[in-house]
Write a protein that binds this ligand. Structure first.
Ligand SMILES: Nc1ncnc2c1ncn2[C@@H]1O[C@H](COP(=O)(O)OP(=O)(O)OP(=O)(O)O)[C@@H](O)[C@H]1O
Ligand SMILES: [Mg+2]
Length: 278
């Protein structure tokens, strides 16, 4: 018993000796995002991001491309403050992200991934999580922008019941509902992480259309395997093995003939093969 007690107290003391994290009290003023020489590892051994330099000016539309496992979602998690870079600097609006309050970050950055969380309850209750004060009229506006109006009107409108994680909706409907909820957040920065993957083509088009509309007035960071979705971005960063392999506009990257151009050719060939087969 004494041995267990000693081991436990060792752990308690090492916990008490941990350095206090700096107080996160600053609020964001401005949303220029800048990563400089950022390195990151989940386990302290294998590095997942290596010397990453990314600049996301306020109001820009930035694409992040790259193969699976290249570090795209990890970059998103750092920008949202869910993980902390091991070295390098990450600033938002000129302030170190480590000093910005969680509340301010959550208000300023909306993340839409694949497989968003919904709770058992009505569509209205789930949407109001994004904006407690939204009127029914506003809810219907975002639902109609996301092509959900007809479906919900054929059910019980805003009182339509959702099962946990919206299991009673199709994948495409669920993703459109996630987008509708994100639109209600009305934040200056949006991150879409594979938000159009694995859904039907009509839903993909609706979601993409809304993202492009949003990009006219907000900062949009779009992470996508499908390069055609990124073609309209102001600037695209191509990740490869945790590094930024290249960056530029869609045109420039194609002309360069590197990783991006190779991925593009492969995808185009696959998609046209798919069309011919139909
Ligand atoms: N929570 C985690 N714990 C440990 N390792 C992780 C974690 N999340 C991701 N990784 C590892 O970090 C690397 C980068 O992952 P990340 O999710 O950023 O890739 P990605 O480019 O978003 O890939 P995908 O296109 O498949 O979504 C991968 O090797 C992955 O195994
Ligand atoms: Mg990912």
């Amino acid at each position: 018993m004494a041995m267990y007690g000693m081991a436990a107290s060792d752990r308690i003391f090492s916990f008490l000796n941990e350095e206090e994290p700096a107080l996160k009290t600053e609020t964001l003023e401005g949303t220029d995002i800048e990563l400089k020489q950022v390195c990151f590892s989940y386990d302290g051994k294998r590095s997942v991001l290596k010397d990453v330099d990314i600049r996301i000016p306020e109001g820009s539309f930035i694409g992040i491309a790259g193969e699976s496992g290249s570090g795209k979602s990890t970059i998103a998690s750092l920008i949202m403050g869910r993980n902390t870079a091991a070295s390098g600097s990450l600033t938002i609006g000129g302030r170190d992200i480590g000093t910005i309050s969680e509340d301010s970050l959550l208000r300023s950055i909306t993340y839409v991934g694949f497989g968003s969380v919904f709770f058992k309850g009505t569509v209205r209750e789930n949407l109001l999580l994004a904006d407690r004060n939204a009127s029914d009229e506003r809810l219907w506006k975002v639902l109609s922008d996301c092509a959900l109006e007809d479906y919900l009107k054929s059910e019980k409108g805003l009182d339509t019941q959702l099962l946990e994680n919206a299991a009673n909706l199709s994948g495409g409907q669920k993703q459109r509902l996630a987008l509708a909820r994100a639109l209600l957040c009305d934040s200056p920065v949006y991150i879409f992480d594979e938000a159009t993957s694995n859904i039907d083509i009509e839903s993909e088009e609706t979601v993409l259309e809304q993202i492009l509309k949003l990009a006219e007035s907000r900062t949009v960071i779009m992470i996508s395997h499908r390069l055609a979705n990124l073609a309209g971005a102001d600037w695209i960063y191509v990740m490869d093995g945790g590094r930024v392999a290249e960056s530029g506009s869609h045109r420039e990257l194609l002309d360069r003939g590197g990783v991006y151009a190779r991925l593009w050719r492969t995808q185009q060939a696959l998609e046209s093969y798919g069309r011919e087969a139909v």
